[in-house]
Structures are given as structure tokens and as C-alpha cells.
Design a binder for this molecule. Structure first.
Ligand code: MG
Length: 260
């Protein structure tokens, strides 16, 4: 099942993308699971609505160095335990949107990643139970002001600007094995990143267990699971696509520098 969020004339709505139509659903008040989704009674032609990021997370938890190939390209040692940092919900943007180039940065990068969407409240869950708390998966782009990462001395600063967390285009609930996917990243149509998610240093189940050991994960929260090798710069006007088999293609456009 492909869950989407979309803009209607008066507000945003949730829906299920089925063939050539979106069946609107009511947003569950608490935990999300596939059985809890109720139709709201309206159907839309996807060509007539604008797709938004498929979730509204209370927080986005991000992984640093979760692929050996990326740790090697940035010449950092492999982590012994997951390196986590946060993006705020204000960083989220939807498919096809423009990334805002911060005036204070001289280099903004793309990072193609798998996004894990939590379906029900999770606190201190064991790895063996962790995937039961997942609603589904989406494509994510961990946009990073690379020069500000060392300049500001932490990762969260460089990765938290508005629009620095594109998500979408859909939230796919049918994936049972998040380590059995393949992720690609295309810069202006040229393949720059390509890796199986089986190359994760820490699996999605291990990540949920590690993160939920210190914080409560809420329905809609997103974990972005790290990027493989091939990261690089985005220049104004560039188009970057994150493609994950079984989910879809998330396109973003790099905007002009703020103020230009
Ligand atoms: Mg990343």
C-alpha cells in the first residue's frame, strides 16, 4: 500500500495511491497501522493534486556513517555503535520541491537515504520486535551544508535548515525486509550513488532498538538510515533524484542562494 499526503484546495489530506487515483483516508488519531486506515469518501486524480511529504514527523533521527563505503570516502573510522543526530520537522519538504540554499554556506550536498516511518509508539524495544513498530518506508535526502559541518562543530547545525529533508513521494507499507532494497541517487540524470541496503552497518531493527532506548518514537517519526558512497555537491538548478526499488523516485531541485 502506498500512502501519500497531498494538498487539496482548503487543506492537506492523506490518501492511498491505487492505480490512477488517490483514495482519501482519515488520519488516524494515534498509532498508525494498515488496518486502522479508514476511507474519507473522496477520490482524486493524482494529476490534479500536489503531493506533499507523506508524513509529518515530530522528529527526524538521522544516522551518520551507516555504510562502510561512505565512511571510507569521508575518511572516518567505522562506528562501533550508531552515530545519531536530529533534523527538526521544519526541515521536511515534499517531492519536486526546491531546496533553499543558505546564504552562509558555500557547499550543499545531496545524500540519498532510506527513510523508516514509525507506525506506533516505541520505547526501549528489542531488535527482534523493532520492525513491528514500522508503518512503512520512504525515500529521503539528507541535504547537508557540508562546509558548515566542521565550521559549526556539529552535524545537526549543517543539516537542519528549512527544506533540508525531502521525503516521499510515497510511504510504502508493503516492504517486509528493509535490508533487501536497493538505493540509487541521480544528479541531473547521472547515477552517483548506488548500493544495496544490505550494506547498512547497523540494520533498521538495530537502529530502532538503539534510538528507542533513549527517546520515545511517535507515529510518523522518521529515521533516515545513512547514505552510501558517492555524495557530492548540488549547484543551483541541479536536480537530484533518490530512487528506491518498491517505493519510487523523490526529486528535488537545488535553489538559488538565499537573497539572490
Ligand atoms: Mg546522511
Amino acid at each position: 500500500m502506498k500512502i501519500v499526503r497531498f494538498s487539496k484546495p482548503d487543506q492537506a489530506g492523506y490518501g492511498i495511491l491505487e492505480g490512477d487515483e488517490i483514495i482519501e483516508i482519515l488520519k488516524p488519531a494515534g498509532d498508525w497501522d494498515v488496518e486502522s486506515l479508514k476511507p474519507a469518501g473522496k477520490r482524486y486524480d493524482p494529476a490534479t493534486v500536489k503531493l506533499l511529504a507523506p508524513v509529518e514527523p515530530s522528529k527526524i533521527i538521522c544516522l551518520g556513517l551507516n555504510y562502510r563505503s561512505h565512511a571510507e570516502e569521508v575518511k572516518l573510522p567505522l562506528p562501533k555503535r550508531p552515530i545519531i543526530f536530529l533534523k527538526p520537522p521544519t526541515a521536511v519538504t515534499g517531492p519536486g520541491e526546491t531546496i533553499r540554499y543558505p546564504e552562509k554556506s558555500r557547499r550543499v550536498d545531496y545524500e540519498a537515504e532510506l527513510g523508516v516511518v514509525i507506525g506506533r509508539k516505541a520505547y526501549q524495544v528489542a531488535p527482534s520486535q523493532a520492525l513491528d513498530y514500522v508503518l512503512g518506508y520512504t525515500c529521503a535526502n539528507d541535504i547537508t551544508a557540508r562546509d558548515l559541518q566542521p565550521a559549526r562543530g556539529n552535524w545537526t547545525y549543517a543539516k537542519s535548515f528549512d527544506t533540508f529533508c525531502p521525503l516521499g513521494p510515497v510511504l510504502e507499507t508493503a516492504i517486509k525486509n528493509p535490508e533487501g532494497l536497493h538505493i540509487n541517487g541521480y544528479l541531473n540524470g547521472e547515477l552517483k550513488q548506488s548500493a544495496p541496503t544490505s550494506h547498512h552497518i547497523f540494520t533498521v531493527a538495530e537502529l530502532i532498538s538503539f534510538i528507542s532506548d533513549c527517546m520515545t518514537l511517535l507515529p510518523g517519526d522518521v529515521i533516515i538510515t545513512g547514505t552510501p558512497a558517492g555524495i557530492g555537491r548540488l549547484n543551483p538548478g541541479d536536480e537530484f533524484v533518490v530512487e528506491i526499488e518498491g517505493i519510487g523516485r523523490l526529486k528535488s531541485i537545488m535553489g538559488k542562494k538565499t537573497g539572490e
